[in-house]
Ligand binder design. Structure first.
Ligand SMILES: [Zn+2]
Length: 65
């Protein structure tokens, strides 16, 4: 089964949809669990998607000379 596609959002091009990661902060706690901190993508703020941007028009690519 495929995942639903949201036409109003696109996968974040900076984190490629992996919006949150756990980073080891070193060492283990008393129970032996690895100490980690969760970091969210600063661009999509942990959502993994960004709003669809309108495509640039030809006039946007013109260089003023
Ligand atoms: Zn992102």
């Amino acid at each position: 089964m495929t995942s639903p596609v949201n036409p109003h959002a696109q996968v974040c091009r900076y984190c490629n949809g992996f919006a949150s990661v756990a980073v080891s902060s070193g060492g283990r706690d008393q129970r032996g669990h690895l100490r980690t901190i969760t970091i969210d993508c600063p661009t999509c703020l942990g959502f993994g998607t960004l709003p669809v941007q309108p495509r640039p028009t030809a006039s946007a690519w013109e260089v003023a000379a």
